[in-house]
Design a protein around this ligand. Sequence first.
Ligand code: IGP
Length: 261
Amino acid sequence: MTTMLDRILESKHDEVAERRRTISRADLDARIAAQSAPRGFRAALDSKAGSGYGLIAEIKKASPSKGLIRADFDPPAHARAYAAGGAACLSVLTDERWFQGSADYLAAARAACDLPVLRKDFMIDPWQTAEARAMGADAILIIVAALDDGAMAEIEAAAMEQDMDVLVEVHDRDELDRALALKSRLIGVNNRNLKDFTVDFQRTYELVGHAPGDCTFVAESGLSKRSDLDAMAEHGVRCFLIGEALMRQNDVEAATRDLIG
Ligand SMILES: O=P(O)(O)OC[C@@H](O)[C@@H](O)c1c[nH]c2ccccc12
């Protein structure tokens, strides 16, 4: 069966190949040199989680499962509201085709606040990590389900060479074991199955006990209210990646503060 993840990855290969043809390495390097140094992503998350909840607040205009999430989409305003509400970090979708994201949204969000920013996209090629740094990203995502072990290690090495952090996303025990063979100790459990979009918090509860103590462990997707976070905290989870529930708020700053304050 062809899953949504398969379809996304297939189009991503064509998309990245096209950009690699049109953007030279020298151009990327010049843009990287013009960026400010990476902001420590995991460090910011750990610091907030030390005295409360560490929130990665996501800027997401649309998704394949929900369609358009926010019509009056304003990435810098959202970034400022998230920062003022106490978020530790931002995540910005840069995939254009499936999530209506953009590199420009990431750059604008990062310029509007001082939080570290994750480039949320489907990484299939180490070249995309240089591209991520050129747009200002402080961290990248590796989706274990999307890559073989060799490709994961190459993408991670390329990110580390740029001094970026790597959030390694898993969905089951097998993927967690593969993730732990990497160097990064920033692990996310996606409660949403990227194959059929169902959300199940049990994914996090089952896996948190299997992550070594030196990991920063992040629960991702489908979280919408304070009681969701408190239930997660009962299982020892203190870091969260939240998009849709915050994107839909009128007063984003107040909603962010209510969630984690
Ligand atoms: O909007 P939500 O349900 O709060 O989920 C945010 C985030 O976890 C989700 O956007 C996500 C998690 N992993 C991904 C991988 C690719 C694209 C998107 C995602």
